[in-house]
Design a protein around this ligand. Sequence first.
Ligand code: ADP
Length: 395
Amino acid sequence: MDSKTLSSLHDVFKEVQKQQDWKAALDKLFASLRGDFVFDNVVIYFMEPHLKSMDVLYARAMGRGKGLEADVSWGENFAHDVITKGKMVSKEPLKNIRVFDRLTQAYLLGFPISAHARKKGAIVFVRFGGPSYSENHIHLAALQAFWASAIIGRKELDEARSELDSVQRQMRLQDDFVSTISHELRTPLGFIKGYSTSLLRQDTSWDVATQQEFLTIIDEEADRLTRLIEDMLESARLQSKTLQFKFTPIRLDALVRDVGLRVNTHHPDLKIEYQFETLPAVAGDGVRLSQVFENLFSNAIKYAPNSKLTITTKSLGKKVLLSFADEGEGIPEDYLPFLFERFYRVPGERTVTGTGLGLYICKQIVMAHHGNIWVESVLDKGTTFFIELPADPTL
Ligand code: ADP
């Protein structure tokens, strides 16, 4: 190999290496060498081991047949052949047929590639209408196939690593949860036990007002315990996908106002401002959606005390958008991606009780409605939760 070729290959290598994303790296790889090896389309197929079906991981149309990028079924059988043989395969259309359309004349060149031991695939180059692949072209294509295999292997490794990170984080959260939950269960139980024992004491007689005060505390703490246990059961059911949903047409504005009224009877100081647009109905489970709103109200009360809560609704054609905006301390940006994970609580000094289940439950319920929930937060300005739900298509 002469030094000019080597140096230009080295340049391509550096450029490909620089790309952050695996798709961009493949784009760069194929585009950079296309001057020396011309083809119309390239597709990377992977075999789904259980289903024995073919998945397209990557497809690019560079020349003739650009419109074919979305439809890459033309190479499926050929890719299957390449994977089964486990070596380079080339295939040319039958000669001596009268050709009317070049796109029917596919000159195929395929190489087996593998992302890891169990994931086998093939990279297929096609020239519509030829010409045949020269030996030099085959070498260049083999080099790209090898390179693409390394890029995809790296992608798989990155994905496996981030999955592992998430499992590890989940395990840590689960550990924290055990200590949080034992505290959360013991505190109300301690109150209930303490105040009921006091009331039952034979040697002391409590006046009616004090009795009333103690009983109110017992009552509230029993409610807190019930909520806690319900949250735990609910999150377990959502996790195991055994929670049943009953969908009916729902007017979200009315539902949010109902929940708001209920919240205000317990927390009369919470100032709620409604900025509502008329909304189409959604197909939803009223009980579950109320639970989502209750959680957002309750978080605003807990984490943004004394702040106003502004609730807006917007109609976006086939979707509706709700937002719950408080003016509290906000949440540091680094923690935002984890907020909806099971058991997650923002780290730091804790005065507010909780389990880290509320937003997880909200997310699962919204997802069961084919919707989306997300958060935006600015420190010292406040936090806004957004919920997007599809409008009921049958109404
Ligand atoms: P919990 O309230 O039981 O801790 P959630 O899942 O409801 O669990 O909330 C997760 C975390 O998100 C909370 O621990 C809190 O740190 C943070 N958070 C939720 N809502 C708000 C809010 N409105 N403002 C600031 N932080 C919030």
